[in-house]
Write a protein that binds this ligand. Structure first.
Ligand code: PMP
Length: 416
């Protein structure tokens, strides 16, 4: 819900004579529903189950502060200077160590491009591969930030159905055939195989190679977006699609969820034959990723037990997820169902078909809780009977209280 000032500002902007100068592309850029509720989520007393923010309170802030101070006072002339467009060699090598934790053993730092968050890697991928009207395949539902990027590049987004084991390979094949037979030029499959944002669903290990083979046979690239992969609650991470498939997958990683999103540092591991174009396109946007932030992350990775920090996060998020699942079990009316995430930040809640969760957001705000309506996560303009709940940044008590407040809002909508 925009504030009065925002409405006035938007009116002033759109009525200005320069409005007619907007490109078709700019005119299509939408504010994301996630950002929409960001301001509302700051209202005192409201419990936000909306934003997927990492819980930064458990970071070694004093230590990070000391590192930042030393970098500026002792190496400021480098840390505050422009750097190489591909990112520092040191951080690219360290990104390979992070990927090795998940089972990518053969990453070469020469093929890593450091970006300003993985969000900007998505933008670069579109810039490099997509002409207006080209087709991108993605899961339904998928990450709202990626949808916004696809839209800005005037890409046609076609979805592939998921079940509780993730992307359905036969559906993927069917959609490829369908899109191609109607003349669509498919460039890549964008997938979030681990703890999909927003659904929390993980692509089962036994499906992964089949998905890669289908795309290989169809000559379609895979963009594997994996910011949450190391945040698996139990057991070892499932090997990424990129492991064993160096030529067919662009893997995107991020320090946002395992360290801090405010540093805005992510990366892409790009097949060797595509690396140069990718890096040049990235450089054309940012010149170079932030030098100070890259150096700070390098210091953190070398000077702190980052694996231990991830273990802390895993148990914290696991506990919060369990609290959310228990609260849903205790408070939700019959007819509401939800996913059982193995990691990450989100639970995806389904109401009976035909109920639009968007108007329910305003009723929920009155009840003192917010969520993100499901329509944000799909390219279609149809109403959605789903909603996303995030457990990452909220205490277990508030998770329980938030779900308790939400339940009657849903119950009323269902007429139960
Ligand atoms: N991909 C997914 C699936 C995400 O959930 C997010 C952040 N919410 C991003 C990419 C963007 O991450 P970053 O902060 O690295 O730009």
């Amino acid at each position: 819900m925009p504030t009065e000032t925002e409405v006035a500002l938007e009116r002033a902007i759109t009525s200005h004579r320069h409005h007619s100068l907007y490109s078709d592309r700019a005119a299509k850029i939408k504010q994301s529903a996630v950002r929409d509720v960001f301001d509302i989520s700051l209202q005192p007393g409201l419990i936000s189950l909306a934003g997927g923010n990492p819980f930064l309170q458990s970071l070694p802030l004093e230590k990070l502060g000391g590192m930042a101070y030393r970098l500026i006072t002792e190496q400021g002339l480098t840390a505050l200077q422009y750097g190489g467009g591909q990112g520092t060699e040191r951080l690219r090598a360290q990104a390979c160590e992070v990927m090795a934790e998940e089972g990518i053993e053969d990453a070469d730092p020469a093929n890593v491009v450091i970006t300003t968050g993985s969000q900007s890697a998505q933008d670069v991928a579109c810039k490099v591969f997509c002409n207006p009207g080209d087709v991108v395949l993605c899961e339904d539902p998928t990450y709202v930030g990626a949808l916004n990027t696809f839209e800005a590049y005037e890409v046609t987004v076609e979805t592939v159905a998921m079940d509780e084991l993730g992307l359905v390979p036969d559906e993927l094949q069917r959609r490829i055939d369908e899109v191609r037979s109607s003349g669509g030029n498919i460039k890549f499959l964008y997938t979030i195989p681990n703890f999909n944002n927003p659904s929390g669903i993980t692509l089962a290990a036994e499906r992964r190679q089949r998905v890669v083979e289908i795309c290989q046979d169809a000559n379609i690239l895979i963009i594997e977006d994996n910011p949450y992969g190391l945040l698996r609650f139990d057991g070892h991470p499932i090997a990424p699609l990129r492991a064993g498939n160096p030529d067919d997958v662009i893997y995107m990683g991020s320090f946002s969820k395992i360290l801090a999103p405010g540093l805005r540092i992510g990366w892409a591991l790009v097949p060797a034959h595509l690396q140069r174009r990718f890096y040049l396109a990235s450089e054309a946007v940012t010149l170079c990723p932030p030098t100070l932030n890259q150096m700070l992350i390098s210091e953190y990775l070398d000077g702190h037990d980052w694996r231990g920090q991830i273990t802390t996060y895993r148990s914290l998020y696991s506990e919060r997820c369990a609290a959310m699942l228990q609260a849903l079990e205790d408070f939700m009316p019959d007819g509401v169902s939800w996913t059982q995430p193995q990691g990450g930040f989100f639970v995806w809640v389904s109401l009976p078909e035909g109920i639009d969760t968007y108007p329910l957001l305003y009723k929920a705000i009155d009840a003192g809780v917010i969520f993100i309506p499901g329509a944000a996560f799909t390219p279609s303009d149809d109403p959605s009977s789903k909603l996303r709940l995030a457990f990452s940044a909220v205490s277990t008590e508030n998770i329980r209280e938030g779900v308790r407040r939400l339940a009657p809002v849903l119950q009323q909508a269902m007429g139960a």
